[in-house]
Design a binder for this molecule. Structure first.
Ligand SMILES: Nc1ncnc2c1ncn2[C@@H]1O[C@H](COP(=O)(O)OP(=O)(O)OP(=O)(O)O)[C@@H](O)[C@H]1O
Length: 764
């Protein structure tokens, strides 16, 4: 071995040993913190009883210590992943949480990656160094330092012989080349500059992140959630952050990323699960879902609600006080007009309708008795008696019933007559027929925005609940004022310099603390409350959402503090977006910002070349993202007759699996074909499952439709029957583009008919 090499290895071993010593200090600190927090939690749990204030404080502490322990456990693996050496000789280690040295004026021992001081770790380049001389990426396994890669940003220093480096890139490429596990991993140690700018963008307003496949949109969205919670914790922990994904499989795929970053207070949901109490398990055709997703469904639902506000035929009678009473069409029409004019939701306007009707009926009874003989009190008495008469209230209920969204929607979709009335304007006969279904059919994801819309149109007559809540809030405020008073009396305020309790805490804030101190996080409370509004909403695969789904999300985020990530070239849902402008202009006009991601971290060049051909055939001016890697594995295409698919595909799957040992493979095909040959394939391949449950992604091979594979990635992909995918809908090209860009290593295509021209060009 040459002397120079021996020297380099010695230096490296010494550096690793030094880093290990530093890591030992950090982990020692982590252990101390954990022990201390565990002890505090134990002490809190041991205390019991006491006045309500003490119990509330205990609840707050229990939650705080439990959250802290969860965070401390989450950061164990890869706690410290980098180091920055600055011009003045200062060094900082960067990691998943911040640690400080209490014995040394709280000097930082480890910088949280989200702290402003850690930012150069992601942004500094040789051209814009920001005082950084060297960026070091540490490679660790649990608590052990295995290796490091240095990136020297000071070009002078680099020229003097140190490792000039692409170390950041090497660490990144090693990560990108690694086998996939079926769960998304965080990218905290290798976030790239264009991603960092998005992650740390300000919280206000709507930010759209457009980026091709594999550009890290999902990763960026999740890291942004963690960053916002760190930076705006006070604001966001009250209202919570909502992350919306396209389906439960995807949510499971991304589910571990935030906990691994130490964040637990985020609600991950699909739009289909945003209506508390509804589990949307039903399925329906893409066409029906598309119709339900149209904005014009608001007119349909408005008409359906109005259809429940009836006036009687003339001559309808009810018996009151053994005499017939007429529900007059004229009176009901006037009452209905008045109620509608209030513009209140149906169930709240109902009260106005009833008041008007009781007034008209009271006068009818009064006329019968001789109105001139009655005074105000007599009239009130008649009114009260009428309200207590079941026959009368039942007749009025018929005309303007109190309704819930679920009953109304179920009755609407299962009644040809009601549907015909409500859809007369916006839909034609065919579209109407597509909506019709038997009563009691399970809810589908596309029903959920309709239910949410109806909940708004119907409203809830919650006058009593509101009065109770207001009373409770008044009591809490009075109690908090009392607590403050006592705390102030306890304080010795002799020292003018000291802050008084009331300087930092007012009674309303304290009352709010008591109110929000139950065992639930904001995210958990939000999941139970349809009208909850979030501090920030992040939408992944945002291009897939229908106009009706956007209405739901906008209602959940009146502040419009939102991050929307997606790719309009990957839109598969017929109700999905064609442009961001089209989606957003109804809500924020042109007041939204666009950020673009341009580098593809997933798909190697060889595969991206095939996908780029497909993109170029789409009616879009989007550029394909630039792949950072190439693998040398050329995509292949093979023709297999349709009858032989079940017998031949297993060989292709086994061959591909052998090429990616320990890896994950997906077989992607159109839904009809999957239903037809999926079971036979799954039987022939012991390693393969049909992807119905979310943990199926962990199996070596999974059979999926393209729609189900959206947002996911695999080491190898076999796309079956692209010609059917292409022909299936006018978004066929988009679907092909999605399918082709799921693989990190290998792509194979199996077709029975001719390859669509858009693919054939790549395999000539
Ligand atoms: N800076 C990074 N460091 C390491 N890995 C990264 C980085 N950025 C992205 N990746 C990886 O690249 C892959 C693609 O990322 P991601 O799924 O977030 O892309 P996407 O833009 O959402 O893709 P799609 O549009 O296809 O859903 C993931 O494996 C992700 O971990």
């Amino acid at each position: 071995m040459s002397d120079a090499r021996v020297d380099r290895e010695t230096v490296r071993a010494e550096e690793i040993a030094a880093e290990q010593r530093y890591l030992n200090v950090l982990y020692g600190k982590l252990d101390d913190l954990r022990a201390e927090t565990t002890q505090r939690l134990k002490d809190t749990l041991r205390d019991s009883g006491g006045p309500p204030q003490a119990r509330t404080e205990r609840d707050i502490s229990t939650r705080m210590y439990t959250d802290k322990l969860t965070q401390l456990s989450a950061v164990e693996h890869g706690m410290c992943f980098g180091r920055l050496d600055l011009d003045g000789g200062e060094t900082f280690h960067v990691g998943r949480l911040g640690l400080f040295d209490e014995d040394n004026e709280y000097e930082p021992l480890l910088l949280d990656w989200r702290a402003p001081a850690a930012r150069p770790f992601y942004l500094a380049t040789a051209a814009a160094r920001d005082d950084v001389q060297r960026r070091r990426h540490l490679k660790t396994s649990w608590r052990k330092v295995l290796d490091y890669e240095d990136e020297i940003l000071d070009l002078d220093a680099a020229e003097q012989g140190s490792d000039l480096g692409l170390a950041g890139e090497a660490t990144l490429l090693a990560r990108l080349d690694a086998r996939r596990t079926g769960e998304m991993q965080d990218i905290v140690s290798t976030i790239q500059a264009e991603q960092d700018r998005i992650i740390r963008a300000g919280m206000n307003g709507v930010l759209v992140v457009q980026g091709g496949p594999g550009t890290g949109k999902t990763a960026v969205a999740l890291h942004r959630a963690a960053y916002l919670l760190y930076t705006f914790r006070e604001q966001l922990s009250k209202r919570g952050v909502l992350v919306v994904g396209p389906n439960p499989t995807f949510l499971r795929y991304i589910g571990q990323v935030l906990p691994s970053l130490g964040e637990t207070g985020v609600l991950l949901s699909t739009v289909g699960s945003l209506y508390p109490g509804i589990v949307a398990t039903g399925t329906e055709s893409a066409r029906t879902a598309e119709i339900k997703g149209r904005q014009s469904m608001t007119d349909v639902l408005t008409a359906a609600v109005r259809d429940r506000q009836q006036v009687p035929r003339d001559g309808v009678e009810v018996t009151f006080d053994r005499e017939p009473l007429h529900l007059r069409r004229k009176d009901a029409t006037a009452a209905r007009t008045r109620a509608r004019r209030t513009r209140r939701p149906h169930n709240l306007a109902r009260r106005v309708f009833q008041d008007e009707m009781f007034r008209a009926l009271t006068l009818q009874v009064a006329d019968r008795l001789g109105r001139e003989l009655l005074d105000r009190r007599d009239l009130d008495e008649i009114n009260t008696e009428l309200r207590a008469e079941p026959a009368v209230t039942a007749a009025l209920d018929e005309l303007w019933p109190e309704m819930g969204p679920q009953v109304l929607l179920d009755e609407l979709l299962s009644s040809p007559d009601r549907l015909a009335t409500a859809t007369a304007k916006p839909l034609d006969d065919d579209e109407r027929d597509a909506l019709l279904r038997p009563a009691g059919t399970p809810w589908t994801p596309a029903d959920v925005p309709l239910l949410d819309e109806l909940a708004e149109l119907l409203g809830e007559d919650d006058a009593q609940q509101r009065a109770d809540r207001e009373r409770q809030e008044r009591e809490e405020l009075a109690y908090a004022q009392g607590v403050l008073h006592i705390m102030e009396q306890d304080e010795e305020i002799a020292d003018e310099e000291r802050l008084r309790v009331s300087d930092v805490l007012d009674a309303e804030l304290l009352a709010e603390r008591f109110r929000t101190s139950s065992d639930l996080t904001a995210a958990e409370r939000a999941a139970e409350d349809r009208t909850w509004t979030f501090g920030h909403v992040i939408v992944d695969e945002a291009q897939e959402l229908s106009e009706m789904a956007w209405r739901v999300l906008m209602r959940r985020c009146p502040s419009r503090s939102m991050t929307l990530v997606g790719d309009v070239a990957q839109t598969g849902a017929p109700a999905g977006a064609r442009s961001w402008d089209e989606v957003l202009s109804p809500y924020v006009q042109d007041r939204w910002n666009l950020a673009e991601l341009t580098v593809n971290y997933r798909t190697p060049t060889e595969i991206m070349d095939v996908a780029a051909e497909v993109l170029s055939d789409m009616d879009t001016d989007l550029e394909p993202p630039q792949s950072v890697r190439s693998t040398g594995n050329l995509p292949w295409a093979q023709q297999i007759s349709r009858e032989d698919l079940v017998s031949e595909l297993p060989h292709a799957v086994s061959d591909e699996l052998a090429e990616v040992p320990e890896g994950r493979l997906a077989v992607l095909m159109p839904p009809d074909l999957l239903a037809e040959i999926g079971p036979g394939l799954a039987e022939a391949l012991p390693d393969a499952v049909i992807g119905t449950r979310s943990d199926d992604l962990e199996s070596p091979a999974v059979l999926l439709t393209i729609d189900e594979a959206k947002g996911l990635e695999f080491d190898a992909v076999l796309l079956v029957q692209p010609e059917e995918v292409f022909a299936a809908s006018d978004r066929g090209l988009n679907d092909l583009y999605v399918a082709l860009t799921r693989a990190t290593q290998r792509l194979g295509i199996v077709h029975s008919g001719d390859l669509p021209a858009t693919l054939a060009r790549s395999f000539e």
